[in-house]
Design a protein around this ligand. Structure first.
Ligand code: PRX
Length: 653
């Protein structure tokens, strides 16, 4: 991009904090005319069919979209393969020598591993062959519990190549969390690693996997050698990744998948204690991920795309693996953390690999704001073109800091709103169109119908707060179900407003141009450092401690993490609270979910506010920890509990 533009054109003085694309951005953009929104809205299925034409189909669809209550289908009758679209098509187009994957390992002095498209395809094909040899067939579920190493991408690609279904589980999740997911989806195979590195320390992973396997249907465990730590292998069950690859051919025909065949299941937090398996199918997912990755970040052949999300989250699935690879660019896989060996680590990686697109979470940006701009200043960040954020609302301070100190005032910030359920981004500004407004995500992507409604499903007035819903034709990548629980699918997303409106469970408001500002979840789901977590999950974990009688968890705002869980614990009769017990409770959470779910505070209480029917009033607890007005508490069964808790939490409301 030519020249550095620090001052952007702001045509409307009333919109002083609106930023618009520079000429350089417009010139490079795939779309720079806002007419695209109207054109797509006039006929969304045709719009998506045009996008679908850009990927490769073994057989073309007969109908772009069809729908009935609680079920919709995209690209009916079409046949394709995600791995073919990620790898083979580029090799066949003569781009086999282009860099596909750059691995930046945690010990910063360890050499990078770099794969060209041809090398990645060969490795994926060999592993796909190995999986077949181990008996994996189309439709079988395969668990993946891997750190951020190239094999995580290779494993996902190999699984979808043969038509099997992956379920990736975040490597920092506990054995119990892994077991729940393996059991729920009935996985036959688990792919894991011996260990990995974090902040200079070796973290064993295989022993965690071993603990998770008891009682599951897993018959084979494939272990990648990453850290070289000693691990026990169970004969007959465990095999080394490098050994199963031996002798495999670098050619493995991709399975012809129906557009509506299941591609993967990804578990996410709902309002209950039990995570639910979002089901994503092949065609719609491929098309929306491909098209949004291309337009959101304006991807061209020479781009180096770095999405910092772990592969265990949907962002890692869509914008670290499938999106960039389907677009034929280089994707960065980073094993490390932003603060090791120092606070400049991310900026050093950008400078080293000449990263052009950087996609991260507001919580990470807030951390960098705290560490100070002297860290990015030390590095040459001039390769960056587009910055992205995802996962939670971004505050203005973080937005402006990111814009100025990382983007140098030249890079648009693409604030993408979406969910595990939507599979791909749905609301965002486009780099060639804008506007880019701090704290405002933007317009729904062309071809996506979103509106803000009140509790009765009626659209609210411009600028008023309400619930964000998606309308038919539903986004191509939207989940088709919850694994094994069709009723829960209906109940979670379509109970409030019926089958014609998908309820996102987010609050939002929209301006007169159609730009949407997300205000946050309206249910008991938290965003903790960009990780989605239900308060019920943390309650469920804590209540498993033998000394706990009752527990209530609410979220509290946090300067860096966005939100953190706070727990109120009632102990069994005769049990005395103590700092040791507090530590034990934290351990219980680690054991059942993982350290990401640790409460920021555990308050021991004699009682918690309850309704007359005995339901815990989490609204009052939330107000107590936030210092908000408590509202009417006269209808409580035990209003005196509130007085006691005021002292416990230091309430100054
Ligand atoms: O509340 C919204 C928030 O994250 C939720 C989805 O979380 P998860 O399924 O883990 O997926 C995160 C990555 C796609 C949403 O319901 N959220 C996501 N992106 C944004 C956001 N909130 C505000 N602005 C965003 N850009």
């Amino acid at each position: 991009m030519a020249g550095k533009v620090t001052k952007w054109v702001q045509p409307d003085p009333k919109r002083q904090n609106w930023y618009w694309p520079t000429d350089a951005l417009r010139e490079r953009a795939w779309v720079s005319d806002a007419k695209v929104y109207e054109q797509a809205a006039a006929d969304p299925p045709s719009f998506w069919a045009q996008r679908a034409e850009e990927i490769v189909w073994f057989k073309k669809w007969t109908k772009a979209y069809e729908e009935e209550p609680y079920a919709f289908r995209w690209f009916v009758g079409g046949k394709l393969n995600l791995s073919y679209n990620s790898l083979d098509r580029h090799v066949e187009a003569g781009k086999g020598g282009k860099v596909a994957l750059i691995w930046e390992p945690e010990p910063p002095d360890e050499p990078n591993r770099i794969f060209t498209y041809k090398e990645l395809l060969d490795e994926v094909a060999r592993f796909a062959g190995a999986l077949k040899a181990l008996g994996v067939r189309k439709g079988d579920r395969v668990g993946i519990y891997l750190p951020m190493i190239p094999e995580a991408v290779i494993a996902m690609q190999a699984v979808v190549r043969i038509g099997a279904v992956h379920t990736v589980v975040f490597s920092a999740f506990s054995p119990e969390a892994l077991r729940d997911r393996l059991l729920d989806c009935g996985a036959k195979i688990l792919i894991t690693a011996d260990g990995y590195f974090r902040r200079g320390k070796l973290i064993p992973l295989k022993p965690q996997a071993d603990q998770a396997l008891a009682g599951t249907q897993v018959q084979k465990v494939i272990v990648v050698r990453r850290a070289g730590n000693e691990i026990p292998l169970t004969p007959g069950r465990d095999v080394w990744y490098h050994e199963v690859l031996r002798g495999q051919s670098p050619v493995c025909q991709p399975e012809e998948m129906d557009a509506e065949d299941l591609a993967f299941i990804l578990y996410t937090s709902g309002t209950t204690g039990k995570p639910k398996g979002a089901m994503h199918t092949t065609g719609g997912y491929a098309v929306q991920v491909y098209a949004t990755c291309k337009w959101d970040f304006n991807l061209h052949d020479d781009d180096v795309h770095w999405c910092t999300a772990d592969v265990g989250w949907i962002t890692g699935h869509s914008y670290l693996n499938y999106g960039p690879l389907m677009n034929g660019v280089a994707t960065v896989v980073f094993e490390g953390t932003p603060d090791f060996p120092d606070f400049g680590r991310m900026w050093a990686v950008i400078a080293k690999h000449r990263v052009t697109v950087y996609y991260t979470a507001p919580t990470a940006i807030r951390m960098h704001v705290k560490w100070g701009e002297e860290w990015p200043k030390k590095y040459d960040l001039s390769s960056l073109r587009v910055l992205g954020t995802v996962g939670e609302p971004i505050n203005e301070e973080a937005w402006l800091w990111y814009f100025e100190h990382i983007g140098g005032g030249r890079c648009p910030i693409i604030d993408t709103w979406w969910q595990t359920e939507t599979g791909a981004t749905c609301v965002q500004a486009l780099p060639g169109i804008g506007p880019f407004i701090p704290t405002v995500a933007g317009r729904p992507f062309p071809g996506i119908q979103a509106k803000i409604v009140d509790a009765g499903g009626t659209p609210v007035k411009t600028g008023e707060g309400g619930y964000l819903v998606l309308e038919p034709p539903f986004p191509p990548a939207l989940l088709r179900g919850l694994y094994g629980d069709p009723e829960k699918y209906k109940g979670t997303y379509f109970a409030e407003f019926g089958p014609k409106l998908y309820f996102t469970r987010d609050g939002a408001r929209m301006d007169e141009m159609g730009n949407i500002r997300i205000t946050g979840r309206v249910d008991d789901v938290m965003n903790v450092a960009g990780h989605r977590l239900a308060t019920a999950e943390v309650e469920d974990a804590l209540s498993q401690h033998p000394l706990v009688s009752e527990v209530a968890v609410v979220s509290k705002p946090d300067e860096v993490k966005g939100e953190v869980p706070v727990a109120f614990v009632l102990l069994k009769k005769g049990v005395q609270p103590s700092p040791d017990l507090q530590k034990e409770l934290i351990k219980t959470v680690d054991q059942h979910i993982g350290p990401t779910a640790r409460p920021a505070a555990i308050y021991f209480a004699e009682d918690v506010p309850k309704t007359r029917s005995g339901k815990i009033m989490r609204r009052v607890l939330k107000a107590l920890v936030r210092g908000d007005p408590l509202g009417d508490i006269s209808t409580l069964r035990n209003p005196e509990s509130v007085e006691e808790l005021k002292a416990v939490v230091g309430y100054k409301g």
